[in-house]
Design a protein around this ligand. Structure first.
Ligand code: ADP
Ligand code: MG
Length: 298
């Protein structure tokens, strides 16, 4: 197993950032790690890379226990942190030489990595003269210098313009051909463009972990229903296959189900059983985008 996260929880003092999160990745997979701001993505990545410790749980990367042998695990991990910290005054090649020296990487890797990320023409420029997209390439080059098996990329495309976005996405895809990649984003389309599978977290909880194809061909049904009376949340929660619920007004709910059955009939049964009536009911198909918005909304 390339990545194995089991029952990881993390508190910052009393603030819970991750709650019992588990997921696994096979070698060569590209996994989109999705969630709104504050969901716990960066925290999970810092734990995976051995920079911070969870309060409980275990983390293996390339079958190495990150908590017990962080240095050994880090040899197999390339990490591009959020906001890509670079030395702006350094030249691209100079910066990569510096990184290679720190990580005791053979110098021959520098030119190989420069070419791999498409920096050949920029290698003699100062980092602060580069566009954000090219700066991300420098960060990616630094992350792959030691030829790790696993890449952890924290929001590598945030803040890029549309052209740069496309370029960095295709670069991630290219790098993913012989590496396992976990990359975080809050953009659903990003995941559709690049990933094999999708993990969604919200408020520290893992809510979806699925192959992309399965999500695209999803069994999600959104049903808007108006009852004749006020129906409270606790009652709504008793509906089977419910994955999200949103109260639109007093008696109107937007309900998201994950089921192959037509949940409309179930809602009628539910109303009857509880002695109220359905005044209106409509269902809509959803795109991956709307599914994500729905799942991660407060
Ligand atoms: P994301 O990367 O998904 O935006 P983070 O992992 O950065 O989320 O943060 C998850 C939660 O943990 C947030 O509520 C955030 O405020 C909190 N948090 C993150 N880092 C720290 C920290 N060093 N100290 C205290 N709280 C933190
Ligand atoms: Mg983050």
């Amino acid at each position: 197993m390339s990545i194995a996260v089991t029952s990881v929880s993390k508190f910052y003092k009393t603030q819970k950032a991750l709650n019992n999160v588990s997921f696994f990745a096979e070698k060569g997979q590209i996994i989109g790690f999705l969630g709104p701001n504050g969901a716990g993505k960066s925290t999970m990545m810092k734990i995976l890379t051995g920079f911070i410790k969870p309060n409980s749980g275990t983390v293996l990367v390339d079958d190495i226990d990150v908590l017990q042998s962080p240095l050994k695990a880090q040899k197999q991990i390339g990490y591009l942190p959020e906001h890509n910290p670079l030395y702006a005054d350094m030249y691209v090649r100079e910066y990569l030489q510096f990184q290679a020296a720190i990580f005791k990487v053979d110098k021959s890797q520098i030119e190989i990595c420069i070419n791999k990320v498409g920096l050949t023409l920029e290698a003699g420029k100062k980092i602060n003269q580069l566009s954000k997209g090219y700066q991300q390439r420098v960060g990616l080059a630094a992350a792959i210098l030691h030829n790790p098996k696993v890449l952890i990329l924290d929001e590598p495309t945030t803040g890029l313009d549309p052209n740069q976005l496309v370029e960095i996405r295709s670069l991630i895809k290219e790098l993913g051909k012989d590496k396992t990649v976990l990359f975080s984003t809050h953009i659903m389309q990003e995941v559709e463009a690049v990933c094999d599978s999708v993990i969604i977290i919200k408020k520290g909880e893992l809510i979806i972990d699925k192959p992309l194809a399965e999500l695209q061909n999803n069994k999600q049904q959104i049903i808007k229903v108006i009852f004749n009376v006020t129906v409270n949340e606790s009652l709504i929660q008793r509906l089977d296959y419910l994955v999200a619920s949103k109260k639109m007004d007093r008696a109107t709910w937007q309900l998201t189900f994950n089921s192959e059955q037509d949940m409309r009939a179930k809602i009628f049964d539910f109303a009857q059983k509880n002695d109220f009536k359905v005044l209106e009911l409509s269902s809509e198909n959803k795109t991956l985008e709307s599914l994500f918005t729905e799942l991660t909304k407060n």
